[in-house]
Design a protein around this ligand. Sequence first.
Ligand SMILES: [Fe+2]
Length: 577
Amino acid sequence: MDNELMSNEENYAFDVAGYLHVPGVLTQEEVASLNKALDAVADSEMLLGGLHRELFRDLLVHPKAVWYLNQIVGHGFRLDQAPRLLGNREGETGMTLTGGDEPRNPSEAYFQQNGRRSSQGVEAIWVLDDIAEGDGGLVVVQASHKSNVETPRDLATGVDDMGLVIQPELKAGDLFLVASATLQGVRPWKDEPKRLLTYWYAGRAAIQSNPDGPNAETEALPRWADEATPAQKAVMYVPGFKNSSPPPVLNTDGEETWVEADTSVIHPSIYTRDPISGIDEKEFYFWDLNGYLVVRGVMDAEWLAAANEAVDKFQDRIVVGSELAGGSVSQAGTGRPLLPGLLDLPDPYNEPFRRMIAHPSVVHRLNWMGGSGYRTGGATVFCAVQGTSGHSLHDGNEPMSPSRGYYFKNGRSYCETVTITWQLRDVEPGLGGFACVPGSHKTQYSTPRGIRTCDDTMGLVVQPVMKAGDVLFFMDGGCTHGALAWKNPIPRRGVLIKYQSKNSNWGGGVIDPQDRWGDMVEDMTEAQFAVMRGPERDGRHRTVPRLVVHDGQVFVSYDAEGDSYSSKYRKPGEKRK
Ligand SMILES: [Fe+2]
């Protein structure tokens, strides 16, 4: 353990979700002695200084916890709050959630760059009882440590879980690490309270809670502070004293400066929330958080009937493609049946699909998801039958793809590729279909194999349940997505329509240098000709020439081996064939 680093799986899980479940860190004997000690302790906040303190001091610097905290918080981390049983504090248990990253609190926030990461606050939760589904206790919201959008009030207050609140299933002896910026709460226990012994750690410089030790009572200010104005005094506060945090809040009208009675943070922005944007704020939050969105009940019964009738009618046009499970054990099966060309079906069968491509529900959302100017290439219905393989999960924020990724800036979603699936039939829980990794559109780590194959999902993959008439939007290229093997005896019917932004080209259109420039490109060398082409994304088939410099000379490569440019150069000056 000394020299090893966290695996890519563990890095990915914490980076995507904002928490990491480490099973079986404590032996059952260790759990039993901790429980016995807790039975004998009246006040769980005195654990480090009271009876049996050695047991709790051992956990404070438990080798496994230290190893993770060094990598997740950073070296020099420190304990911020005394360990105690989660939910034991007055008002801690209830429906309210805390955390989330908008507005950002830098003293608790999650930072990640160039392979380095620091979650400024992390709770190390030692699980001392088995906790099953529905037992209550700790709840978390996946990916919320990176949310760009303020938590909707209904979600924060527990009025509407929005399908996002997860109560992890845990076993006695497990360690559960949670970023402080992750939206979280403690729900009432169903029966007996279970024991989650929690240690709050912070980055070495992060100011979080105030201490209550004997030398933290009186703030030490410079001698002239007696003569200072309240405003002057306010900027000289010293961290680490009983009342230092939250600090005094200074404000000004440009003439006067004063100390606010209220300590709420003042942090002006040149942008304000737009009350007439027409955006449903829960949808916006959900989209930014997860990388997908389900809009309910867009199609009525009549429209659904017409679309289904058209698919029934052209069953003979279904093409069964290849098996797409990508070596998965759990998702293996038969090839994927597709019925393409829905917009070109004979009249009147095309009509239910032509209605989809510029429908108000779609236009409204595409406009805020990525800005206007998008276009589509056609509509295909996915017709998986029982036994059809899954489609191995693909894409994600790492490696980055400017033509397909997600970016958020100044209150706007910039999604370059949005794919929409119109559900013509119900999508039941656990029976296969579209699946994705919520939050993967922001990850800095590559997708682990277990996620691709869904053979080891680490609890990160969701398969949204939908009704006929619902419309699914997802960040194609940004959010890691695919399909789980279809297990429903009723075949799948999802009409897939892709939209690409105005900013890049998948292919097609005017690309050929001759078409684009005319005679100007006559007799150019292969290398010169290569840079005269029009925009094209160059997906799987790798038809876009690349220029390579080797020994000071420029070569053209069509090397399909990634971007390694290892072979098949054309000689400098060689004319194209
Ligand atoms: Fe895809």
